[in-house]
Write a protein that binds this ligand. Sequence first.
Ligand SMILES: [Zn+2]
Length: 286
Amino acid sequence: MFKTFFSVAQTNPLWTQGKIKNYLPHMTSGEVTLLVEKSDMVIIPVSALEQHANHLPIGTDLLNGVEICKLIAQERDILVVPVLMAGQSPYHMGFAGTITLSAETIIKVHLETVQSLLRHGFKRFVIMSDHNGNDAIVELIVDQINQTTSGVAINYYEAIEPFIKPVSSYGGHAGTGETSKSMYLIPNLVNLRNVEPTVRSLPKHLENMVQSIGSDPTARTIFLAETLKDECTGKKTSAAEMSSTGIIGPPLEMEKTNVKFGESIVLAQVKAMTQFIDKWNNLVKR
Ligand SMILES: [Zn+2]
């Protein structure tokens, strides 16, 4: 056994990734220098490591976010820079495997990343997150870059909004849309055989409110303020307190969950982002 192991040189059989264009971890320093001469634009996926029920991996938001950024970077020259795997996910801690970091930590890591990239000549930054729990943090990262550095930063979702139709019936956390998207982006990590029906439990006043959140914006605002919060707040709205499976929101609709739906969500975003990049380049052209 040992003899074979030491006498035959072989590469890691787990390593199956090909080199991806414009993806910082795969590039050489020389390639980065060549890229910044063509484009000063960077996209940073802010990630999360959190439970996604038993049919999607802990790294769903991390992996989907990075994969979407890579697809964008094949269409236009933009540097993809993932620097942190975990994000803000305190309300998922009731399920094993979730990692949560403070907003301060996440903001600091991303600001220092931008400061490094500014030294190499990059100037424009798109901050994206495939995890709703990071939304407020992304806003702060964008504002801090704009207020405290020579860089210019944009929130990914604000960037694509004018170029994209909102997806109807996307579903919630680990639901129809996210599962379909994962089937397209990370197919070998999705296991639909593990989908189970979710038993939902909400505090009574929120259970009463849930019927009207689709039609009443005030009910929706209050509902979102109270739900998906850390167990320690006593609101009884952490993921484990609200859902037996970890799926949050509308039930996963198996008949609507498929790779084609996932592809349509992803490709619409990639196309919208390329349109935004073209427009940003045109608007700053002198
Ligand atoms: Zn997710």
